[in-house]
Design a protein around this ligand. Structure first.
Ligand code: FAD
Length: 504
């Protein structure tokens, strides 16, 4: 086979996205890239981003990292899903699980049987009671999924909650060990080829010039290369996702170290609660059109459970994405490419998807426009799907108590989402995806959790007869309860499996 020329890859930014990209490229494309990362400690990193999706496990595994070491280092906890409190109505609580409802087998999804019983007027327990992951989370217990596909304890996945400030340094050590170079300086100028418009080099604040073939913009919200230098337009989704600010404030953990993240609705947005081994992360994501920074900081301070470990830290953002994530010879990954609020913990997932697509389409000798278009198609699709899913959380509410909730309840949603909601409301149908992150169980959890309950169901769910069906459901519920009861408490599992170092 002809030997491929090594590409000079320059990454700007050493946050989560910069070091995830660097570690993955040097590990998975050895010999294909000569990698140089530039970061500025004076500018720093965003320092939030602690809740993840199950896909992160694939990333950790591909890098050859031992899960228990990684979790101990990042003071991580396990995550079985996200609890949404007060979203549909004040007092509501439901979990979006990383698992199925029912056993997840058969041609007809479980929720159709559940919907049928409701349509027939039977007293059927909440859907959540038929999800092993939800019940495990509610019981505050954790174990790794069973390998036997017949076991109810195999019907879920899990993700991590970790300290954002410890994740990137962990990856940096791996990347540098595998040959990545790092320069700690500030980029002050981006140099471009007069004819093609491609980026040829970046100039640093000490005058040094770093040349490259491929530039990866991981500079965060600044979007130094793709946004500033190449002027790729930003598609703004603020009218659908009006939250544009956050205040973040970690606190001591006072109550349970839950194996799930909580998203608790607030008067002008929502707040996160992410329990780690050594503290709990909190933040209030809010819309500045509906409340002030002072009021948000006050509301968060009053809401957190334990003693604050820092003052409230303000953050600003806009929902949306660059029209293209890859333009010329520059690929933006992470916040430099776009942002969707952390309601479903999707940012690190998007970083991971961009890295995977880049590796698959990695340029050989010169960049192929076809590969670049394919990369942009894949990333757009991910963003658009997540955007609709997030809007659903806001729109599917009956809350009328504040101007914010009134706005999101009555706003016009994208046609793509309006169709999805209608399909589910009429007959419990979930739009099927071949690509994209959130599959059926995720949509079902949010629809039902926020009061969109199917008025009909799949006709095949008319079998078996009602008595038999109810009996089967009761048996499933008992099996779930009994199996959950045998699982260790979450913190006890962590102590045994991946406790952080005592001195840390
Ligand atoms: C409120 C909030 C909560 C979030 N919660 C979650 C969550 O729970 N889960 C999740 O998946 N994601 C979450 N995110 C997103 C997550 O924080 C980011 O996706 C992740 O941290 C990646 O950030 P980044 O590396 O792209 O940018 P940054 O961390 O901002 O890094 C940018 C890097 O670029 C460097 N840089 C910038 N300019 C220059 C320059 N001129 N010269 C040299 N270097 C430069 C900086 O020094 C830094 O190293 C959240 C985001 C926000 C705003």
């Amino acid at each position: 086979m002809a030997s491929r020329r090594s590409q000079r890859v320059v990454i700007i930014g050493g946050g989560t996205s910069g070091w995830m990209t660097a570690a993955a490229l040097v590990k998975l494309l050895p010999g294909r890239c000569d990698l140089h990362l530039v970061e500025s400690e004076a500018i720093g990193v965003i320092g939030v981003g602690e809740a993840t999706l199950p896909h992160i496990r694939g990333f950790v595994e591909k890098l050859g990292i031992r899960e228990a070491d990684f979790m101990a280092w990042t003071r991580g906890t396990f995550k079985l899903g996200i609890e949404f409190r007060d979203w549909g109505r004040i007092g509501d609580s439901y979990i979006h699980p990383f698992g199925t409802f029912g056993r997840g087998q058969g041609e007809v999804d479980f929720h159709h049987y559940w919907a049928r019983l409701r349509v027939e007027g039977a007293a059927v327990p909440p859907l959540e009671h038929f999800s092993y992951a939800c019940m495990l989370a509610r019981a505050n217990r954790f174990d790794l999924p069973a390998s036997d596909p017949q076991s109810i304890a195999s019907t879920y996945g899990y993700a991590y909650q970790f300290d954002a400030l410890l994740f990137a340094p962990y990856l940096r050590a791996i990347a540098e060990d595998l040959g990545a170079r790092r320069t700690e300086r500030r980029v002050v100028e981006v140099l471009r080829d007069g004819a093609s418009g491609d980026i040829t080099a970046v100039r640093l604040d000490d005058g040094q010039v770093i040349e490259g073939d491929l530039f990866i913009d991981c500079s965060g919200f600044r979007s130094l290369l793709l946004g500033d230098a190449l002027e790729e337009p930003f598609e703004d989704w603020n009218h659908w996702l009006p939250a544009d600010r956050a205040v973040a404030m970690p606190c001591r953990t006072q109550t349970a170290v839950t194996p799930y993240t909580s998203a608790i609705a607030m008067p002008a947005g929502w707040r996160w609660r992410i329990p780690l081994q050594h503290r709990t992360g909190n933040g209030y994501v809010y819309a500045s059109a509906f409340t002030s920074e002072d009021a948000a900081a006050r509301a968060l301070t009053e809401a957190v459970e334990g003693a604050p470990l820092a003052d409230p830290r303000p953050l600003r953002f806009r929902a949306g994405r660059r029209r293209r994530s890859w333009a010329h010879n520059c690929v933006a990954i992470g916040l430099a490419s776009g942002f969707l609020e952390p309601l479903e913990s999707t940012s690190i997932y998007l970083v991971q998807q961009a890295i995977t697509a880049l590796i698959e389409l990695f340029p050989d000798d010169g960049i192929s426009p076809i590969d670049r278009d394919e990369f942009n198609r894949l990333i757009d699709l991910e963003y658009d799907r997540i955007r609709d899913f997030l809007i659903l959380h806001y729109h599917a509410t009956s809350r009328t108590d504040t101007d914010f909730w009134h706005y999101v309840r009555t706003m016009t949603v994208p046609d793509s989402l309006a169709e999805k909601i209608e399909l589910f409301r009429r007959a419990g149908r979930v739009v099927k995806y071949r690509e994209g992150v959130f599959l059926d169980a995720s949509w079902i959890a949010v629809y039902v959790g926020q009061g969109i309950v199917p008025e009909g169901y799949d006709p095949r769910a008319d079998q078996p007869d009602g008595t038999l069906l109810l009996r089967g459901m009761q048996a499933l519920q008992s099996e779930i309860t009994a199996t959950v009861a045998r699982v260790p408490e979450h913190l006890r599992y962590i102590d045994r499996y991946c406790a952080m170092a005592a001195a840390a």
